[in-house]
Design a protein around this ligand. Structure first.
Ligand code: NAI
Length: 333
């Protein structure tokens, strides 16, 4: 029995969490879900977007599945995601993008992974007002941060039978910060001689990705470039609704869909649970349930391929429940 923190979120969060919990249960993985709150609901109930109960639960369980939450509008709220990443030092964000069965996109051979540094860069939140018309924002990059994310990318490539790691930067302009990132990448590359390496500037990467994405394999980059490039990559495979992500630290991990709480469709039983389900599949692999993870993925792919029960965002007319039941039906446990 695994103890895992579950943040059901708000908006479509509870609907898609219910779907994912049901599928995992039917796959016979025994999980004791420790339900906690974050975001708008937590603010209303506990006066904090990230209450201490939630933090304690993740500290104890070391693994968390997080559905989307609404960020309250207004000043004074630090993003829950950024807080979680910094509190638990979840330094590596993994965002795989691979074509899905029956989801038509301009390219048919996309299979790439963005490894994004998750704790530094402008997300360190170091901004100051110099005067009414001038803001000073700091891009914080450390050698330790560069080394561990590049090392993570090479390790990921080896574990997942990948051939190449490409370092993405803007080192022609950010000579010191991105320059250090590249130096660390080159130094680590010597240790992993079995993996091919490549370097590219972020602007050229964006152009190349929308022209010929199949030339890329694993890419590693500082936080801001990774934030933007990973959403672009999600677009290559069908959009945010189907994209998954993992935030990994030394001994703690948070898995989440990349989309938001979709208030426009909340409560309508039409949300697509695929993004959260694929994040949960990454979670099952992380805790060692690789076989069950594969079975769930196969059932999901089979449901997408058949195309009879798809949610409206995938041009179908099925409800979240119908889509979920179809996946459960196809599970071979
Ligand atoms: P959003 O991702 O919630 O929605 C954008 C569009 O995509 C909407 O039309 C929505 O209906 C659709 N969509 C998103 N997920 C879908 C799904 N699973 N199935 C079907 N359609 C889906 O982005 P938006 O509207 O900018 O943000 C809404 C709230 O979510 C905001 O408060 C934002 O701060 C928050 N947010 C939270 C995130 C998180 O918790 N990880 C990530 C991004 C935004």
């Amino acid at each position: 029995m695994y103890n895992i923190t579950l943040i059901e979120g708000d908006g479509i969060g509870p609907e898609i969490s219910k779907s994912v919990v049901e599928i995992i249960k039917k796959a016979n993985v025994e999980i004791n879900w420790d339900k906690q709150q974050a975001g708008k609901l937590a603010l209303e109930k506990y006066g904090s977007v990230l209450p201490s109960n939630t933090i304690e639960s993740i500290k104890k369980n070391r693994v968390c599945l997080k559905a989307p939450i609404t960020t309250p509008i207004g000043y004074g709220f630090k993003s829950v995601n950024v807080q979680l990443r910094q509190l638990f030092d979840l330094y590596a964000n993994i965002r795989p993008s691979k074509n899905l069965p029956n989801i038509k996109t301009p390219f048919e051979d996309v299979d790439l992974v963005v490894i994004r540094e998750n704790t530094e860069d402008i997300y360190a939140g170091l901004e100051e007002k110099i005067d009414e018309n001038t803001i000073h924002g700091i891009k914080l990059i450390t050698k330790k941060g560069c080394e561990r994310i590049c090392d993570f990318a090479f390790q990921y490539a080896i574990k997942n039978n990948r051939k190449e790691v490409c370092a993405v930067s803007k080192a022609n302009i950010s000579k010191l910060a991105d320059g250090m990132f590249l130096d660390c990448f080159r130094e680590l590359a010597k240790k992993y001689s079995e993996i091919k390496t490549r370097e590219i500037l972020i602007d050229n990467l964006c152009m190349q990705l929308v022209v010929n994405p199949s030339q890329f394999d694993v890419m590693v980059m500082p936080n801001l470039y990774g934030d933007i490039a990973s959403d672009l990559c999600a677009g290559l495979i069908g959009g945010l609704g189907v994209a998954q992500s993992a935030n990994i630290g030394k001994d703690c991990a948070v898995f989440e869909a990349v989309h938001g709480s979709a208030p426009d469709i909340a409560g309508k039983n039409t949300a697509n649970p695929t993004g959260l389900l694929r994040s949960a599949i990454m979670m099952l692999e992380y805790i060692g349930e690789k076989e069950k993870a594969k079975k769930i993925e196969l059932a999901l792919f089979e449901t997408l391929k058949e195309g009879k029960y798809l949610t409206p965002d995938l041009k179908g007319s099925a409800t979240t429940e119908e889509f979920t039941n179809e996946i459960i039906k196809k599970l071979t446990v």
